[in-house]
Design a protein around this ligand. Structure first.
Ligand code: IPM
Ligand code: MG
Length: 355
């Protein structure tokens, strides 16, 4: 089982190290190879996604990814910015299906910014389409050179688009995921304003006919944003486009107590996957040893489950995470009175001990 390990920038380096430690403790025949990505790769090779890194990713069964980005790259031409590395990996590997589960661990109910009764027992799954939408339309603006020159800052635009097959395949992913859960899908759109999302809604409805056992409802994205903090437990599977999914998954993460708890999996049609925490590189706390490695460790568990077919090992990792939470160990982001504050490395070590 071959894993490409791409720590990236900022806290990515610290949290991936802990996840690798956990994977090594499992005693599985895992072959891990590390490569540079994001700002780190730009510094070394002049490009955020060097060909060597892309080839390694393509040749692996799974990719364990940390995070990319730093404010110091904000002035670079867009194609050279660290974020292009993750977008390039998603596009080049066809990783169209992004799973972002938001589960509120009982031990962290008090760490959520919402009232305990709203989040206790919460278990929702956001499925975000990841290779289409406005993220991959035609951009034009100040930081995109066209014909070798910058067109100036008077106007900028990005085009939003989806094709029917793109919507169909993510719809199937969502309905199939719902079948293994509570059999409810909420499709989030903005069909009242955008043609792209009228098509989205129509195709979701059409595909839904093939899943009569799954209840489908449609919700506008503004309402969905509100419902997520008003009554989040009403959701089971939420399926939406790239842009809305980006925003709603950050919102949902706070229901769980901290974005530092939210793992993610991005899969292609052959179950090859990229696994990363849903949070970013957090340059403000990088190098301080205080970042929460649990989202990355839980992402590694998803990797074992989805791409490496090691369900038993995935369950072991998830149980170990619950155990360290039961022991009261908390990084700063999930700390509350009466618990024990630990560093990134101490948290990783505790998960290994729990295993
Ligand atoms: C995410 C991130 C990325 C995105 C950035 C880093 C490009 O916010 O994975 O949610 O917008 O998809
Ligand atoms: Mg995001």
């Amino acid at each position: 089982m071959k894993i490409a390990v791409l720590p990236g920038d900022g806290i990515g380096i610290e949290i991936v190290a802990e996840a690798v430690k956990v994977l090594n403790a499992l005693d599985l025949p895992l072959q891990m190879e590390t490569a540079l990505v994001g700002g780190a790769a730009y510094e070394a090779h002049g490009h955020p996604l060097p060909d060597s890194t892309l080839q390694l990713a393509k040749a692996s069964d799974a990719i364990l990814f940390g995070a990319v980005g730093d404010w110091k790259y904000d002035k670079l031409d867009r194609p050279l910015r660290p974020e292009q590395a993750i977008l390039g990996l998603r596009k080049n590997l066809g990783l169209f299906a992004n799973f972002r589960p938001a589960i509120c661990y009982e031990q962290l109910v008090d760490a959520s910014s919402l009232k305990p009764e709203l989040v206790s027992g919460l278990d929702i799954l956001i499925i975000r389409e990841l290779t289409g939408d406005i993220y991959f339309g035609q951009p034009r603006g100040r930081r995109i050179a066209t014909d070798g020159h910058f067109p100036g800052a008077e106007e900028a635009f990005d085009t939003m688009r989806y094709s029917k097959p793109e919507i169909e395949r993510i719809a199937h992913v969502a309905f199939q995921a719902a079948r293994k859960r509570n059999k409810r899908v909420t499709s989030v759109d903005k069909a009242n304003v955008l043609e792209t999302f009228q098509l989205w809604k129509d195709v979701m409805t059409e595909v839904g006919l093939q899943y009569p056992d799954v209840a489908l409802d449609h919700m506008y994205v503004d309402n969905a944003a509100m419902q997520l903090v008003k009554a989040p437990k009403r959701f089971d599977v939420v399926v939406t486009g790239n842009m809305f999914g980006d925003i709603l998954s950050d919102e949902a993460s706070m229901l769980t107590g901290s974005i530092g708890m939210l793992p993610s999996a991005s899969l292609n049609a052959s179950n090859q996957g990229l696994y990363e925490p849903s949070h970013g590189s957090a340059p403000d706390i990088a190098g301080k040893g205080i970042a929460n490695p649990l989202a990355t460790i839980l992402s590694a568990a998803m990797m074992l489950r989805f791409s490496l077919n090691q369900e038993a090992a995935a369950l072991r990792v998830e149980a170990a995470v619950k155990k360290v939470l039961d022991q009261g160990l908390r990084t700063g982001d999930i700390y509350s009175a009466g618990t024990t504050r630990v560093t990134t490395v101490e948290m990783g070590n505790a998960v290994v001990r729990a295993l």
